[in-house]
Write a protein that binds this ligand. Sequence first.
Ligand code: SF4
Ligand code: SF4
Length: 380
Amino acid sequence: MIDRLLERALEEKLKQRDRLVSTLSEREVEEARRDPHAKRRPRPCGLTIHPAVGCDRGCLYCYVPSIIGEGSIKINPLSPEQLVLSLLENPYFLPGANGTLLAVGSVTEPFLNETVTLKTLEYVRAFRRLLGNPVQIATKPYYSAELVRALVDAVEPRASILVTIVTLKHAKLLEPRAPEPEERFEFMRALVKGGLSASLFLRPIVPGTTEMEAKEVLERTLEAGVRSVVIGTLRVNWEILDRLRALSASYKHILSRVREVPTGSMQVAIEGSDLKKKVEGMARRLGFVVFPSSCSANVMSHDLSCAACSMGPCGSLENLPKIDCSCIHSSLEILGERPLQVIIEGNTIKIRLRKRARKRAAIIGTIIQTITKRQVRFFE
Ligand code: SF4
Ligand code: SF4
């Protein structure tokens, strides 16, 4: 039952944390505790891991320059042990194979250059050695046999690697300093040979471009030995919209799908569900497994199942952790709370907390969702 799983994961968290605190210097421990990885709440795709912050590849659809600033790259100064300690200090984080999904690469390219690559490899090696959590890396990689060998050697063997390709013909314009799509196919091929689980990351669909080339991209992906895909639509802010003017043939298609022109720091999803369905249909007809989201690729590559959001369930329902009201009560007690009421409705767990516990609801909800792989709702 999941209460025992949770108990073991929390014991392991404390044990590992104390062990690392005893081996690192006071200054190193302090740096780890101050790092954002010690505080950040997981996003739906998991807890994002930042070997660096920033990227200079200049992809027109990228939101990173708007957050970090154009071209600026800051390597994460934490050692692998410090980063692991940071995660163990994070109240939302659970270690282990049933624990928090880790997603590398949200605010940088994990294989951007030699220094970032080294950092990424050090971090994923430490996760494998010290944590055992499911790891996913999203990348537009350059190809080198040496990089693939180093990755296969460093990362846990079930890791999910997402390789982004959204265009072949317009890659130079859309992703000016990223490696050629040919290199990315080569990388996929080598990953498959190396025994890692690779998926095509067909995201974002850039209207007027990606859906026109999707069939060819999918067919080339199959030739590289990869049979699964994550497909996603485009989000824009005013800077991204402005940059996308350079893609003149597509710009009018993009603009026609923006319901509200964004201003300031606003970011909006464009209307692209029809394109997503169209590309999903193409992929299925070609025999692809289509994942509804990147976390789904991570869950499936680790032979887990999850029903924590309306896009699921992902994986087989029989494989979901077994739960009942009594083990949820007991799990909440392990977290230091005695709930007033627990109701299980399908794959949703509804919890009524005592008033004084409500300020901890976000942490409690995240931990219970992680361990049960179900949606958690609170009610009064
Ligand atoms: S490689 Fe990734 S992080 Fe870098 S600019 Fe392109 S989309 Fe952004
Ligand atoms: S149900 Fe699927 S898409 Fe939803 S959080 Fe779980 S793995 Fe992700």
